[in-house]
Design a protein around this ligand. Structure first.
Ligand code: 0RQ
Length: 503
């Protein structure tokens, strides 16, 4: 029903999703809402995929360039990838069908720091945006748009798109109105001013998005849930990783390097971060703060128990059960959650000012602490850098977490040289595996290697890696960051050739 559209001008523009999808033409650059499976348009992309499929059946070319906040869902990335409807995708995605095409070389993918996306589009580094497709939860009488469960790049998409399609999703809770904080003060160089946020829970913007009503070509009504996928309970390795990290944080408090309530936490999404959050819940910390990208189940638990005072984010990644709980207690959460544009939630200026503690997953680290977050065997993309670089480079502490092995123990997550670099050794303070924690702060390269090998490497690979390092120290061209270049990537090649990195 049109009850959620209080602006009479926009009520008149309600059409079916099928009709709205015909507004998008082949070759367009289309910017959509959506961040980690929350707040993405649910209907128009599926009808667009159908149109694309029909065009292809007639032998016509039809692909679009697709921009979002971050990852979306099968109804968006999946549907459009399956019909080969995407020519170029940016800035982050994690859909298996799209990944397959990217790694087959059939879909171009630009993997970009999430805080950079909006400004790079404003700078004119990419194509102009033809159409924006944005999910909202309601429209006020004055045309103001109430965001739904993610903000992402929506402000920029609405400002820059030539035409706009709005999806009003009735599934989203009306009580979310007031949770957002959209900052309109991000000017372009040379006119930039400091962003006036000095505490993670400051509100510096407005609760709604604005859009020139003349640009809104269609409004579509939907009633469908976000891609809420269940979390597995933390496994033993994740719990061990969380245990090492929490012991370290307590040690830092005891040494006076961190306040008793730590500093604003940023946490990636998945099993290990969830185990860390669960660990924090039961380890005596109080009044914690979160200045992060994504809120997952563990953070709602921490808010409910009062361990976490507030959380600032740009989107959600919840299980169906947590999503129900969020909706049921939306009045409670609205007092404690602030949703921002991703250029603000991940802003280097703010991450540095607040002193965030960045905690992110990785694919592999090398003995000097360079981190690969994105590529398997140096060439096959997993997801993307996401916001990990925004926090790793600029945070108070930059922590990377991973099991010490992958693929049934055939791969060591600590290797002589990473096969792709996302975070350089200069941006990495701490590495944690289930084996232990390597505190790399203040250590020169060879000491970093010794610390990583002794603390983080799986016993199956420890001697082999020690042997590489010792021979490198003896025979390397330079002795500052010793390497044996013909051998440095031989572990990866061995896995490709034989199915294991073991010599
Ligand atoms: O692949 O399922 O096909 O076997 O990587 O690995 O162990 O399930 O771990 O889900 O935490 O993901 C780095 C990918 C870790 C994630 C990464 C394979 C492994 C499996 C997943 P399969 P796990 P996780 C904020 C921060 C970048 C973005 C980011 C990520 C799959 O954390 O995408 O940090 N990070 N965002 O088998 C080969 C290795 C491997 C490996 C793991 N060494 N070699 N394959 N895998 N290690 C959030 C946002 O930005 C939105």
């Amino acid at each position: 029903s049109v009850e959620r559209i209080l602006d009479p001008r926009l009520r008149e523009r309600v059409v079916s999703a099928e009709q709205a999808a015909t507004l998008i033409q082949p070759g367009e650059t289309v910017a959509m809402s959506g961040f980690t499976g929350s707040g993405y348009p649910k209907a128009v992309p599926q009808y667009l995929a159908r149109r694309i499929e029909q065009a292809h059946e007639r032998g016509e070319e039809f692909r679009i360039n697709l921009l979002t906040g971050a990852s979306t869902a099968p109804e968006l990335d999946g549907a459009l990838a399956k019909v080969d409807g995407i020519a170029m995708r940016m800035p982050f995605q994690s859909d298996p069908d799209a990944r397959k095409r990217i790694n087959a070389g059939k879909l171009d993918y630009l993997d970009i720091h999430l805080s950079h996306v909006a400004q790079h589009v404003w700078f004119g580094f990419y194509n102009e945006i033809d159409t924006a497709v944005i999910e909202v939860s309601a429209i006020h009488a004055d045309g103001a748009l109430v965001p739904s469960t993610s903000v992402g790049n929506n402000k920029t998409w609405l400002d820059l798109a030539k035409k706009v399609i709005i999806e009003v999703n009735q599934w989203q809770p009306l009580g979310i109105d007031g949770m957002h904080d959209v900052y309109y003060g991000t000017a372009l160089p040379p006119h930039r001013k400091p962003i006036p946020l000095v505490r993670g829970d400051d509100r510096i913007g407005q609760t709604t998005l604005r859009c020139d009503p003349d640009k809104i070509a269609a409004v579509v009504l939907t009633d469908a849930p976000d891609r809420n996928s269940p979390f597995n309970p933390p496994d033993a390795d994740s719990q061990r990783i969380a245990g090492h990290l929490i012991e370290f944080l307590k040690h830092e408090v005891a040494r006076g390097r961190l306040p008793a309530n730590l500093l604003p936490l940023q946490s990636g999404v998945g099993n290990i971060p969830n185990a860390v959050l669960a660990g924090l819940a039961s380890s005596g910390f109080r009044d914690l703060e979160a200045f992060t990208e994504v809120i997952q189940d563990g953070m709602l638990d921490l808010l409910r128990s009062g361990v976490l005072r507030y959380a600032s984010c740009t989107g959600f990644a919840l299980s169906p059960a947590a999503s129900e709980e969020f909706m049921r207690d939306i009045d409670f959460y609205r007092q404690r959650i602030i949703m921002r544009s991703q250029e603000v939630s991940n802003h280097p200026e703010l991450v540095r000012r607040l002193g965030c503690i960045g905690m992110n997953g990785m694919i592999e680290a090398d003995i000097y602490g360079n981190i690969n977050s994105t590529h398997v065997m140096g060439s096959s993309i997993m997801n993307g850098i996401g916001g990990s670089g925004d926090f790793a480079r600029n945070g108070f502490l930059s922590i990377f977490l991973s099991p010490s092995t992958a693929k049934n123990g055939t791969i060591s997550s600590i290797v002589p040289m990473v096969s792709h670099v996302d975070h350089t050794e200069h941006d990495v303070a701490v590495v944690v595996t289930e084996q232990g924690l390597a505190d790399l702060r203040g250590l020169p390269p060879r000491a970093r290697a010794r610390t990583l090998i002794d603390n983080c490497v799986h016993p199956d690979f420890r001697d082999q890696l020690s042997d590489y390092f010792e021979r490198a120290c003896r025979d390397s061209y330079g002795k500052h960051t010793p390497h044996l270049l013909p051998e440095a990537l031989s572990w990866h090649q061995r896995w490709l050739d034989t199915g294991t990195m073991k010599a």
